[in-house]
Design a protein. Structure first.
Length: 285
């Protein structure tokens, strides 16, 4: 994850469990959390309101100075099961003692970032150049950071009133749907590789460290690399009778391949995986 987590977030990540809602006369009257084959009844949060739509339930939570709007989408094959597909969090930028940010902008691009914490005034420099699978954009008085982690696209918006001091105003987490794909998107942003090719054959591999330096990786009989398509390389690891794979992808053409999927066996649903990688995600990888 990025090294500058916002204060006041309602949860560290999107909720990992699915839910079953009890809906009576168009209103949510109960819910259960679903963990695999286990179902656990829960009370409706006192600080939440619900709106039932067609195939969706929207939950709004307000806690302190933060508000979260969660969109639950019905399962394609189970009408009673809902998956959390998006969470939008908004923060009160006038609240006292919240972290502030500073950005260095050159030619419209963010080249530096600092974070200052509360009344202590402690300042932390963020190594913007080392943030993997992340991009910053500048538009007027707002700076937006977009990143991909796992199967979740994250967008953070920082705003300013004086052109110097910024605060986190909003954060949007959007799950990339797996659809019918047998291989699910699961980005590991700091697991990166460089490859040397002879035609479509991988002849050398290097692991890329967080600071961008690279270390040679030995190619052997138990670890092999193969180009599955332009911009996609599959690593296969064999241990006895067991095999595992990891898919690396270079979406923006910079020569660095990021891990985007993994699993057991040797069969990769490349078409299904590619369907999950939008142009926006490609630009981050």
């Amino acid at each position: 994850m990025r090294d500058h987590p916002p204060v006041g977030r309602l949860a560290d990540e999107l909720a990992t469990a699915d839910v079953r809602f009890t809906i009576t006369d168009g209103q949510v009257t109960g819910l259960e959390h679903v963990f695999g084959s286990r179902t656990i009844a829960a009370s409706l949060p006192a600080d939440a309101s619900f709106a039932v739509g067609t195939g969706t339930v929207t939950e709004t939570l307000t806690r302190g100075t933060a508000t979260a709007t969660l969109t639950w989408t019905v399962d394609a094959s189970d009408a009673g099961l809902y998956h959390l597909t998006q969470e939008v969090r908004s923060f009160d930028t006038t609240a006292a003692n919240t972290p502030t940010y500073g950005f260095t902008v050159a030619n419209g691009a963010v080249t530096g970032m600092t974070q200052t914490f509360g009344t202590s005034g402690w300042t932390h420099d963020v190594a913007v150049g080392d943030l993997a699978a992340s991009v910053f954009t500048v538009a007027g008085s707002a700076v937006t950071e977009t990143a991909i982690r796992g199967n979740t696209l994250e967008t953070l918006t920082y705003t300013t009133t004086d052109g110097t001091t910024y605060k986190l105003a909003a954060e949007t987490l959007t799950v990339v749907p797996v659809g019918t794909a047998a291989t699910a998107l699961d980005v590991e942003p700091y697991e990166r590789m460089r490859f040397t090719f002879d035609g479509a054959t991988v002849t050398a591999a290097q692991a890329v460290k967080p600071d961008g330096t690279a270390v040679d990786v030995h190619l052997g009989s138990t670890v092999t690399y193969a180009q599955a398509a332009a911009g996609y390389v599959v690593e296969t690891i064999t241990r006895g009778n067991h095999a595992y794979y990891e898919v690396f992808h270079d979406g923006n053409g910079d020569g660095v391949y990021t891990a985007v999927a993994h699993g057991q066996g040797t069969t990769v649903d490349l078409v299904g995986l590619q369907a999950q990688i939008t142009p926006q995600i490609d630009a981050l990888l």
